[in-house]
Design a protein around this ligand. Structure first.
Ligand SMILES: C=CC1=C(C)c2cc3[nH]c(cc4nc(cc5[nH]c(cc1n2)c(C)c5CCC(=O)O)C(CCC(=O)O)=C4C)c(C)c3C=C
Ligand SMILES: [Fe+2]
Length: 322
């Protein structure tokens, strides 16, 4: 039998400043995220960036944290729900793991082994449709490092980015359709920004590593399936942490969209299969506010796929090679 581990970036244990600081420190001390050396990343993250940015991030986390039980981060909640539904629907053991924080990859493997001692293949499904060294590559490195540290009686398979997989595109289109039924002026497709240095390096390596090529392919295939002409769509990049990142920025251009007369917009993030601070705060709270203050009339936010049945089906097809 196969076992599945769904992998994502991670999330703080709580919205308290200490937990948020730890999470940011862990993440930004990763040289694959910063593009800097190991010691410099660690020094800057632990001593400067995490202590300085934790309060502001903690405020944001507080706003998006689940108020209902279980009172946990939305990212953790939706990943667990997705795992539970995939396990129940396909009768296969599924666990979740985070690149930073908990549950760790090692914990996920142990839980899978306990659930199903006869596993012959461990399938790791990174919840990143498009490749980036700051997400896909660091997850692959960490998984390999943990897996090969001790012997296992089963093999490891890591699923490649699925930016153009028909089942993923179908899931996105099926999920988005109800939000697109009412009239709108522009569909905004928002993706996480990246430092240009990382984008250029990946572009030189080829399409398999090219974040921008992959996200544009996702957009092309999605719009084709939704029958939306490209002229009705704007591509923006969110959550940048500096000026030398992929532009145009959602945070600076969203109010301009309203000023140009496009008063009703729908915003979708096809690069985030699971809702998190960057969709629920940066888009649904901050970008919404900027758009409405800029004269916008209607801001429709499309949540991530989360545990949508079409995504459960898509993961299954991607894993099964259908
Ligand atoms: C497409 C997915 C993501 C890319 C690409 C990405 C790049 C990237 N992120 C940072 C820095 C931070 N990311 C943080 C949280 C975070 N990032 C993603 C996804 C991508 N990041 C997720 C799913 C999350 C978890 C969110 C949650 O709900 O918990 C954070 C911490 C949160 C915050 O303070 O905003 C930081 C910091 C860099 C530097 C980077 C590319 C180089
Ligand atoms: Fe991030």
């Amino acid at each position: 039998m196969r076992g599945i581990v769904l992998v994502n970036v991670g999330t703080p244990a709580s919205y308290k400043k200490t937990d948020v600081q730890k999470f940011i420190g862990d993440m930004l001390s990763d040289p694959l995220v910063t593009g800097k050396s190991e010691w410099l990343s660690d020094f800057l993250a632990r001593n400067i960036i995490a202590p300085l940015s934790a309060s502001k991030s903690a405020e944001k986390y507080k706003k998006i944290w689940r108020k209902e039980d279980p009172q946990i981060s939305p990212l953790l909640y939706f990943m667990q729900k997705l795992a539970d539904e995939l396990e129940a629907k396909k009768n296969i053991p599924v666990e979740i793991a985070m690149r930073y924080g908990e549950p760790t990859f090692s914990e996920a493997i142990s839980k899978l082994e306990a659930k199903c001692p006869l596993i012959h293949e461990l399938v790791v499904f990174p919840l990143y449709p498009q490749y980036a060294q700051a997400t896909t590559q660091t997850a692959i490195d960490e998984i390999g490092h943990t897996f090969y540290k001790r012997p296992h009686s089963f093999r490891l398979k890591i699923v490649k980015p699925y930016f153009n997989h028909p089942a993923y595109i179908h899931a996105l289109a099926t999920h988005a359709k109800p939000y697109l039924e009412n009239e709108f002026d522009k569909l905004i497709l928002s993706y996480h920004s990246l430092p240009l240095s990382q984008v250029e390096k990946a572009w030189e390596k080829g399409k398999e590593f090219d974040y921008v090529y992959q996200l544009k392919e996702t957009n092309r295939l999605l719009l084709d399936q939704l029958h939306i002409p490209a002229k009705n769509v704007v591509l923006l990049y969110a959550s940048q942490r500096g000026s030398g990142w992929l532009k145009p920025f959602l945070s600076t251009d969203i109010s301009g969209i309203a000023k140009q007369g496009w008063k009703k917009i729908v915003v979708m993030s096809p690069g985030f299969p699971i809702d998190n601070i960057e969709t629920l705060y940066d888009i649904d709270i901050e970008a919404r506010k900027l758009f409405m203050e800029g004269g916008g009339e209607k801001f429709t936010f499309i949540p991530s796929l989360n545990n949508d049945p079409s995504f459960v089906e898509a993961i299954w097809k991607i894993i099964s090679g259908v």
